[in-house]
Design a protein around this ligand. Structure first.
Ligand code: ZN
Length: 99
């Protein structure tokens, strides 16, 4: 993963997930997840690193290898947060050790 996320903020008590493209298995992002359950969206400030440059605030996440769309960016007004809503069934997430 080439890019450090400029908006990254460390979250205490989170687990680290490695998100991969479900089509070609390319690594997409390292993400700090809070709580259990399925990953539905990634808050931008919880992404540690990614293979997509987040500095330009892309409106969607595409796999840099196979170009499939994996997520769409939204603004959550209640929380005043930016997030990527993951498209169901097109990515894999597994827990990894914090690095
Ligand atoms: Zn891919």
């Amino acid at each position: 993963m080439r890019y450090k996320n400029p908006y990254y903020r460390r979250v205490r008590g989170s687990s680290t997930l490695l998100i991969c493209c479900g089509y070609c298995k390319t690594d997409i992002a390292l993400y700090q997840k809070l709580g259990k359950g399925t990953l539905l969206r990634m808050y931008v400030d919880r992404i540690i690193r990614s293979s997509v440059d987040l500095a330009g605030n892309p409106g969607a996440l595409f796999c840099p290898n196979c170009q499939k769309q994996l997520a769409t960016r939204v603004t959550l007004k209640k929380k005043n947060k930016e997030a990527y809503v993951m498209t169901r069934g097109v990515f894999n997430a597994r827990q990894v050790r914090r690095i």
